[in-house]
Structure formats: C-alpha cells, structure tokens
Write a protein that binds this ligand. Structure first.
Ligand code: IPM
Ligand code: MN
Length: 359
C-alpha cells in the first residue's frame, strides 16, 4: 500500500507526524506493506513553487492508494486572490482525484461529554456521519467570478449538479446507512432551489434500491436547528457540497472538540484522509495540537483503503482508552485532567495500541 503524505501548513506537520507513527505501528502489527511518499501542498507549495499544488504532487497522489493530509492555509497567504490561495490546492486534489464523497463521522466520547457546548442529556449517544458531496456543486459550478456591468460590480457562483453526480454520492450514503442504524437524512433547500428539487427526486428514486433504509428529507435551515435539538437522532446525513461544509462544522462542535474529528474523502479509485480541523496557525509549532483527528483519520484509512476493520477498531479503542485515563491536549482539557502535548498524547495512544494487542 502506497500512502502519499501531504503535511501542509500550520499544525498540519505536527499532527501528521503523530498519525504516521500510529499508521506505521498498526501496519507493522498486521503485516501490511506500507510505502510512504511525501508531497507538498498549500502555503508551503506557494512559497516554494508559486502555486498551491503542483502537477508533481498531483501525480504523486495519483500514483498512491491513499493520501494523508494535515491542513492548509494561514494568515501569511490570506490576501492572495481566491485561485492562488492554499485552499485551492485542496479543491484541486478533490476534483482531480474525483473524491466525490466526504465522510465526516461525529461521535460523542463519553469521557469528553462535558466539553460539548450542549447539555449532556442532549448530546449523549450522538453517533452520526455527514456524507458531503465534495467534487461538484457551488464550489465548482460555472459561471463564476466577479464582473462589472454598467459600472456596477456583480459576484456570481453557480450551484450545479447532474443527476449522476447526485446519485453516486447518495448511493454511498445509503450503503453506509445500511451498515449502521439504517436511517438516512437528506438535506436540501427544495422549497427554493431547483437543484435541490432534483436532489430530492434522485434520493427518492434510489430509495427503491435500499428499502431497508428509512429516509427523511430536511431543509437545510431546519436541519441545522434539529442538529442542535436532537443530535443523537441522526444516523447518516447526505447533502451537497456547501450545505455539507456548514453542517459538518456544526455537527463537529457537538462532540466537544473539532480537534477530535476525522474525515475520509472517497471516489471510485482514490481516497484522501484528513482531520476536519484546519491549520490552527495560532498554536502551530507549540507542540500542543490535538493529534486525535488525524490519528482517527488513519483509522478510517484502515477501514476504507486497507479494507481491514479490526485495525480501525484497534486505533479507535486505543484513543478511547487514552481518553478514559484522563489524558487531554489543551483544547479538550478541563480541571482535574492530565494535560499533555501532541507528542505525549501520541505516545500514550501508541502504548495503548501495544497493550490492546499484547494484553
Ligand atoms: C473543509 C474546508 C474547506 C472547504 C476549505 C478549506 C476550502 O472548510 O474541508 O471543510 O470549504 O471545503
Ligand atoms: Mn469546512
């Protein structure tokens, strides 16, 4: 298995380093072949090559079975025009590798329940996955741009989906729901947008193929409210690119720390794994970033790219045990916990992996 490593900007390199230690350990335990190649993306790439991603890096990604990414962006590059910003590197990878389904699981860890901004009784038991369409929609639709007509400036973006683009991501979500609690919430704005009307029609036509899955349709504004009111009632949520971007941040905060959340972006051929959090430039280089989001992204890699669920479970259990013992990075620390930095947290998790295997 060949994994392309893109450390990126801010805390990206630190959290990727931690996740790589876990990846190597698990591959060693289960006798998986692992070859690592390194590419450059984001601000790093802008500084070195003048563009957020190079053909070279894209080629490396395409020659690998999976990509592990840290984070991109930072204040240094904030004033660049949209198509030259670090984020553009990420958007290009998603498009070029055809990563059309972005899976963002949100699970409330019992030990961290008090760091959720919501009441304990509301969040307890929350275990959901946002499936976000990632390679089309308003992020990529044409026409787009800023233009001037009769001396007045206009900005334009286009929300655009083909039936096929909707169908393929909806199928991923249905299949996932079948392996979970068999409940699918499709989110749109079908009371206003035609593109959402088509979305809803496609979901309804696919229902025929997944009769064991219960389907609910919610408008995006209502869904954002229900997520706060009854997060534990959701199982799989499927939605378009921009609604999914917004809802997954909202869902993410429910768990108590964005730093804990992993994601997988999958297509027919390639897959990319990255934490949900960003590059957090304010704490970069301080050794205090929470590595768990990236470590759990490696767990998802074990499931989807290596196709080996026991390895995923091993990593998740090791993280669980470490949290149960009270170890916390500052973002999830509260009084009485044992405060640790990135490296120490990683060592604790590695020790747990070891212990779970050897007893
Ligand atoms: C995300 C991020 C990206 C997005 C940005 C960095 C382009 O917010 O992965 O959710 O909007 O997709
Ligand atoms: Mn986002």
């Amino acid at each position: 298995m060949r994994v392309c490593v893109l450390r990126g900007d801010g805390i990206g390199p630190e959290v990727v380093e931690s996740a790589l230690e876990v990846l190597k350990k698990v591959c060693q335990i289960f006798n998986f072949d692992l070859e690592l190649v390194e590419g450059i993306i984001g601000g790093q790439s802008i500084d070195k090559f003048g563009e957020p991603i190079t053909e070279e890096t894209l080629k490396l990604c395409k020659s690998s079975n999976a990509v592990l990414l840290g984070a991109v962006g930072g204040p240094k590059w904030d004033d660049l025009p949209t198509d030259r910003r670090p984020e553009k590197g990420l958007l290009r990878i998603r498009k070029e590798l055809n990563l059309f389904a972005n899976l963002r699981p949100v699970k409330v860890f019992e030990g961290l329940i008090s760091s959720s901004p919501l009441k304990e009784e509301v969040v307890r038991g929350t275990d959901l996955v946002v499936v976000r369409e990632l390679s089309s929609g308003i992020y990529y639709g044409e026409p787009r741009g800023i233009f001037t007509k009769n001396g007045i400036k206009y900005g334009i973006n286009t929300m655009y989906y083909s039936e096929e683009e909707i169908r393929r991501v909806v199928r991923v979500a249905f299949k996932l729901a079948q392996r979970r609690r068999k409940k699918l919430t499709s989110v749109d704005k079908a009371n206003v947008l035609e593109v959402s009307k088509l979305w809803r029609d496609v979901v309804n036509s696919e229902r025929e193929n997944f009769k064991d899955v219960e389907v609910e349709h919610l408008y995006v504004d209502n869904c954002s409210m229900q997520l706060i009111r009854r997060p534990s009632s959701f199982d799989v949520i499927v939605t378009g690119n921009i609604f999914g971007d917004i809802l997954s941040d909202e869902a993410g905060v429910i768990s108590g720390s964005l730093g804990m959340l992993p994601s997988a972006s999958v297509g027919e051929r390639y897959a990319l794994y990255e934490p949900v959090h960003g590059s957090a430039p304010d704490i970069a280089g301080k050794g205090i970033a929470n590595p768990i989001g990236t470590i759990l992204s490696v767990a998802l890699m074990m499931e989807y790219s290596f196709g080996f669920e026991p390895a995923k479970k091993l990593i998740e259990d090791a993280v669980d045990e470490t949290l149960k013992e009270g170890y916390r990075t500052p973002d999830i620390y509260s009084r009485g916990d044992k405060e640790v930095g990135t490296k120490e947290m990683t060592q604790k998790i590695l020790q747990k992996v070891e212990k779970l295997i050897n007893g």
